[in-house]
Each structure stands twice: as C-alpha cells, then as structure tokens.
Design a protein around this ligand. Sequence first.
Ligand code: ADA
Length: 562
Amino acid sequence: MIRTFCQNEVREVRNLSGSGWTFSPCSGEHAGEIYPVVVPCCWESLPQFSAYRGVGRFTRHFSGEGNVRLIFQGVSHTATVYVDGKEVGTHYNAFTPFEIVLKDLPAGEHLLEVDADNQFSEKSALHIPNDYMSYGGISRGVQLEYLEDAFISWLHCVPEKAQDGSWAIKLSTKVVNLSDQPFKGQIRIEARNLAASCCLMVNIPAGESTEAQARIDGLTPDIWSPENPALYEIAATLWQEDTAVDDLIERIGFRTFEVKGRDLLLNGKKLRIKGFCRHEDHPMYCCALPIQAIQQDLEIIRDLGGNAVRCTHYPNDQLFLDLCDEQGVLVWEENHARGLTEEHMRNPNFEPQAERCIEEMIRAHINHPCIMIWGILNECASETEYGYECYKKQYELIRKLDPSRPRSSASCKFMTDICLGLPDIVSYNLYPEWYVDKTTQEWLDENYNWVQEESEGAGKPFLITEIGAGAIYGYHTPTHCKWSEEYQAEALSHQIKAVLGKEGCSGIFIWQFCDCRISFEWFASRPRTMNNKGVVDEYRRPKLSYEVVKELYHSYGNYFED
Ligand code: ADA
C-alpha cells in the first residue's frame, strides 16, 4: 500500500509490500544468512541487526510481461535495484520516492533484488551521523504497475482562486511513449464531483515523452480547512481511439495559504499554528511505520490540540500526507538536511543531492492540500556567504517548481543569519530554559526584535519552528531538575505561553512529538542515545507535559480571531 486511495481504475497495479521478501546482510558475522521479512522493513527491527551499518539485500519474485514500472516510496538510504540479475536503477536518499520503468519483460516470474546501503561516507552528503537515526532497508511501500505502450507518468493539479471567488485547477501532466511507434491519443481529465472536465491531445514520437498543460475554470468547490478537509479526485485517462490505455487519479483540496505582511492567512483568516515536530521513528518499526502507527500519532497530535506537523528533517511517507489531507492537519515539509556546516555543504555531492531531494519532494507531493510551507536546510550554514548561495539556489528552485507555496527555513543562527531576506517566512529554533540560560520571554524578544529591526527578515511572518526541553520518561524529582518530567512540563508551559502570546508570532512547533533514536555515531550528550524532548516517549506514553500542552493548545483556536 503506497497511498490511502485508489489511484488507478484502468492501469493494473500490484502491491509489492508485505510478505514474500527475504533480507540478507552483505557483511558482518551474519553475512549471507537469509531472513524472511515483511516490507516495509528496516533491518534494525530484526533482533540481530539493531546496529548493523552496511549493505543489505532484499529479495522477492514478481510475475509480469511487457512494460512495467516499479515504484519505491523509500529505500534507506542508497538503493541499487536488480531485475533477473541485471542492475536496473540506483537512487540516493531514504526519504524520496523513485521509479524504474522496464520495457518488454519476457513473460514469467522475475527476480527482484534491492541492495540498501545505510553507510556514511563522502558519497552521502545528507545522511550523516546526526540527531536522528539513518536506518537501513526498504522503509516505505513498493508497487508494481503493468503499463501499455504509453502511460501517464505524473499529474499535477494546482488549485487557484479567481478574483470573482470561483476556483480554477491548473493541470500539468507528463505522458511517456514506450513503444518504437509514434503515439497519438487524448487525455481526458475529470474533476470528480465538480461536474467539470477538459481534454488534451497528445502526439508523442517513438520512445519519447511529452508534458502538457490545461486548465479547468469556474469551479465552486467546498473549501479545504482543518475544520472541513474537503477533498476532490482529479482523474486523468489516456485514450487511444476508443480504448482507455492508462489512467492516474490524484486528490486535491481547494484552499488558499498566503503570506500577507507579518501574517499567515489560511482561507483569508489569520492562522495560529499549534504544531509538533515529528520524526518518522518508532522503537518497533524504526522509520518504517505502518499506517496504523502513523494514524495513532495523528490521533495523539489532535488529542493534544495540535493543528500542524513539521516533518523534521526530510520529506515524509506519502501515507502520512494522505492522512493529513483527510484529517485537516497542516504540514510544513522540508528537504533533507539537518545541522550541516559550511564544510558539509562544500561536499561536492551536497548541492546535487539536496536539489534532487527538493525536485523529488515537490514532484511527488505538490498535490497535497495539507502542505502549506516548503522548508529547506534546517540549521545549516546560513551565517556564511557560501551558505547564502546554497540557500538562494534552493529557494529559487522551489519557486520554479511550485510558486504556490511560501518557503522558509528553520534557523539557529541567532543575530548572525544573513539569509533572512530570501524566504517568505522567518523561522527560528529557540531553546530558552534548555540550552540557553534565559527566560523564554527574554530570548524570544531578543531574537524577534533583532529580526524585525536589524535583519532582512523585517516585516515577514515569524514562526518558532522548534522549542522544548528534555525529559526522561518516568524520571520524577522533587527538585524539578533538568531531565525530569516536571522540568519539561514547566519549561513547555512557559514556552507555549510566551510564543502564542507574542504579538507578531504566527505560531509554534514544539520540539518534539515523541522521543526518537539518534545515530549511535553521534553523541552530543544524549542519554539513552535518544533525543528525549518528546511530549510522549518513543512508545507514545505521555509524559507530565502532555496534559500541560493539551490544556494550553486547546485554549487557543486555529485562528487569531477565534
Ligand atoms: C535542533 C535540531 C533538531 C534537534 C534539536 C535538539 O534545533 O534542529 O534536530 O537536534 O535541536 O534537540 O537539540
């Protein structure tokens, strides 16, 4: 399962997730041994491999004939794919999807082998030892699609509100012709439940592809919002004469999200963000959370009164985004980068890998109404000239790929950030009462005043993208010292009140939703080799701060006028 809804009624699709796979480590004391596994699977969830760093081979068979497409939603972190013993594709980065198209497969059973590699080296500029774990394995779903000679590769549908209050959908699509004959056909695109459609002619030379644009105007849909997450299906069908040869169904929501002066407006109303930063992490599933566990996280977030999630620090599984679309949870999604110094950013692989991550993230996720902000480069070298050039290029790339959403970056460069002229929203990660020995009010005011009075971020919306304190689950002390649940509960109470009470501040993302595992190669004095700032621990057991956050978050509405 790679999506929560059906994307094809014409194209034949097979789920390759589930059982039928084996895993075999390629090095270490168990090298060559074979274990049955259920995919998605991180090998760290197998008792023998909780700390294995290396290459692991995943194997299964599939049947097929003719043209097929394999879709991998995520392999952590470098994948090399073989079919019938022949290498057919490679991909870097655990957190973005990739596809492999195979032409003219002979009929019968085929052997699929995927080598996943989670090692750190110069070749990997984004996966480095860090304050989260780089797991190994096929960490998200896999799908097999049976294709005709021509197929719809993707369909982007961007809603746009017209002056007169009606809506349009800007459509663009890519169609691929796999045959050695020219393809001539028609794409019919239907906005379901809106009684609207359009048609595009396509003429594609042999073995090539084409991109086409269209527009549907004059729509009066229900508006998507946290209170009423109304969704619509957009179905594209590819016709060759009277035969439907392929299709692709996407799902969208109609809403506006704008930056106006210092405000963030959702459907014209001044939004108050009450969010959580969340890593894809679970002690039993590692980063390969099944949909039930993802849903449970969303239930806890909603119980806590949260209305938003920041996907730290990488693009998330599309199942999570589908659920957020359905449940009206707002999302900040960012490319993959955490805490990279200028030296890290000078790795020759950094720029292509980070930009590729942006391209793959936006290509795959542009249709999700829940995504309100694209983020880049969390706490990277935004205080240096070299860093500035990297931020600038990445912001420009996002603008080119998706001009419809504001962009931002979570900074920790206090009074030294030189990149604040670039984003649409200024965002800071602050840790008063934890790393910084000041009250939240003082530290918040100091930073806010510097942004508004002395930086190029003046006049832009201001967000707190991280704030919090550590607590070891079950550690209680009468002294309320650091690491106790009491300390965290008190710190979060001060932090939430100060941030949500601050004029000019659009909201808060608490660091973090749950405790998560960190790379064992990365130390930073983290007890348990975990980041312990979760409001719930890794098993989602509430800490004392849970009730404090819940009460405070529920006391503020989604909008400032509430
Ligand atoms: C940073 C960083 C997070 C996490 C946090 C912390 O701001 O963005 O990934 O490391 O600090 O817990 O210190």
